[in-house]
Design a protein around this ligand. Structure first.
Ligand code: NAD
Ligand code: UDX
Length: 475
């Protein structure tokens, strides 16, 4: 039996940091070192202000850091000393060459495989934690086996797939009590020994029946499919939200009625301004690209529909803002509440707020942005990447007080479902705004009647304007 005593994780990001903190916390007998080539990020992990905001994370890091949890930039040493190495680097959508805009960019994963090949000594279990396309483990293994053939220092490698299912904002809860841990490995005796070694790491705190072991390829594919199913649910309910707006039905009522069916379930049926985050779009596109590569065009089209609806939902919402504001927003101040891709995180990657802001900036709206967890620098960077520095400087102001953001604005636009947004004194905001004042709820946080009672003109995703809800939709 292989016993894991030293774990190294390459990639100190949203996955590597929290996952390793949890392993260190739950398994004091294991020494965990998280390495990254980004020195600034590692310095932050070693400081009082961690590089990512995740409820409960700081507590766990402070308990273990310096005892059995370490953060370092010394990748070679961390590789040499480990029994088991997680590859937890980013796999963003490739922006160049073949597969640009669709396929995941595997250059970071490959560079870690090459570092392992260069620096490893003795037996190593290498674990894909990053989300990768099916058969990525084969490429990693080819690089490692080449090193093994050329080496004379007892090198052996097993490559496992162990995708991560945590969601940001609830990462620590998800890690402490996962629905399942998935471990894929080879059928061979050595492969199964490596699988058992990783199973034992998780078994310190995860019930054994929640640890699934599969073939490597099933594990890799399951991660893409799980995200595709989740994203598909959101696109499905968002497509229904458009029907609701046109007919007088209410998407909240429809979601509730539909979700009561146990076979469908009630989770993840919140209509919204579109899903964001670093995973859903990237992983669905990766699945679509995989299908295209396998000449499964109908399957590719099917999953691509999830992305089409998501882009359309963002556009539709931005268009509704323009049309409800008398078809022109040029020069109008618009308060944007929420820039993170969801609540309880400071992450803005692929946030729908970026896309809605971009559409409004194209119409020359002046945006007054407020988010409780996103820094001004980050907002500006995201918007500059989508538009230009010139238009960001001209059109975007970032506020640290929502009341100031709303002052003199023609509209309030809710783009992230932060709980604190429910607690504001909107009557006070209304009085300080330009009139007529409008309210656009992209997150189903508010009831139409409450907001209209203040005096706002209200537009909410998936709920029809009052005249439609009253008389119904007549064909
Ligand atoms: P991230 O960008 O936050 O972190 C990745 C880190 O890897 C970066 O800090 C980068 O500097 C580092 N890195 C890249 N190449 C390196 C190298 N050769 N050597 C050392 N360090 C290197 O990414 P993330 O959000 O943690 O995601 C990591 C992987 O996990 C991705 O494949 C992602 O799809 C997957 N995933 C992410 C989430 C999530 O919620 N963020 C959830 C499940 C799975
Ligand atoms: C997702 C998966 O949930 C997680 O299992 C995987 O490991 C990584 O990708 P994450 O992107 O962190 O996690 O957040 P998630 O809670 O899934 O939300 C993604 C996006 O969908 C957010 O923009 C969120 O606001 C949106 N969403 C979610 C909806 O619009 N409606 C919903 O009902 C749920």
């Amino acid at each position: 039996q292989t016993v894991v005593r030293r774990i190294t994780c390459v990639g100190a990001g949203y996955v590597g940091g929290p996952t390793c903190a949890m392993i260190a916390y739950k398994s004091p007998q294991i020494t965990v070192t998280v390495v990254d080539m980004n020195k600034e990020r590692i310095d932050a992990w070693n400081s009082d202000s961690l590089p990512i905001f995740e409820p409960g994370l700081e507590d766990v890091v402070m308990k273990c850091r310096g005892t059995n949890l370490f953060f370092s930039t010394d990748v070679p040493e961390a590789i040499r000393s480990a029994d088991l190495i997680f590859i937890s680097v980013n796999t963003p959508t490739k922006m160049y060459g073949k597969g640009a805009g669709m396929a995941p960019d595997l250059k970071y994963v490959e560079s870690v495989a090459r570092s392992i090949a260069e620096h490893a000594q003795g037996p190593k279990i290498v674990v894909e934690k990053s989300t990768v396309p099916v058969k990525a483990a084969e490429s990693i293994l080819s690089i490692l086996e080449d090193a093994q053939r050329r080496s004379n220092n007892n090198l052996t490698f097993q490559v496992l797939s162990n995708p991560e299912f945590l969601a940001e904002g609830t990462a620590m809860r998800d890690l402490a009590s996962p629905d399942r841990v998935l471990i894929g490995g080879e059928d061979s005796e050595e492969g199964q020994r490596a699988v058992a070694a990783l199973v034992n790491v998780y078994a310190s705190w995860v019930p054994r029946d929640r640890i699934l072991t599969t073939k490597t390829w099933s594990s890799e594919l399951s991660k893409l499919v799980a995200n595709a199913f989740l994203a598909q649910r959101i696109s499905s309910i968002n497509s229904v939200s458009a029907i609701c707006e046109a007919t007088g039905a209410d998407v909240r009522e429809v979601a509730k009625a539909v979700g009561c069916d146990e076979r469908i379930g009630s989770n993840f049926l919140n209509a919204s301004v579109g899903f964001g985050g670093s995973c859903f779009q990237k992983d669905v596109l990766s699945l679509v690209y995989l299908c295209e590569s396998l000449h499964l065009d109908k399957v590719a089209d099917y999953w691509n529909g999830v992305i089409t609806i998501n882009n359309w939902q963002r556009r539709r919402f931005a268009d509704a803002i323009v049309s409800e504001l008398f078809n022109t927003v040029a020069g109008k101040k618009i308060a944007i509440f929420g820039f993170a891709f969801k609540k309880s995180t400071g992450d803005t990657r692929e946030s729908s707020a970026i896309h809605v802001s971009k559409h409004l900036m194209e119409e020359e709206a002046r945006l007054a942005v407020y988010d409780p967890a996103v820094t001004e620098k980050q907002m500006r960077q995201e918007l500059v990447m989508e538009t230009s520095e010139k238009s960001v400087n001209k059109l975007v102001t970032v506020f640290s007080d929502p009341y100031e953001a709303a002052k003199d604005a023609h509209a309030i636009v809710i783009l992230t479902e932060w709980e604190e947004f429910k607690t504001y004194d909107y009557a006070r905001m209304y009085n300080a705004m330009s009139h007529p004042a409008a309210f656009f709820d992209g997150r189903l946080l508010f009831k139409r009647k409450d907001i209209e009672a203040i005096g706002f003109h209200f537009f909410g995703i998936g709920s029809a304007p009052s005249h439609l809800s009253e008389v119904g939709y007549i064909l």
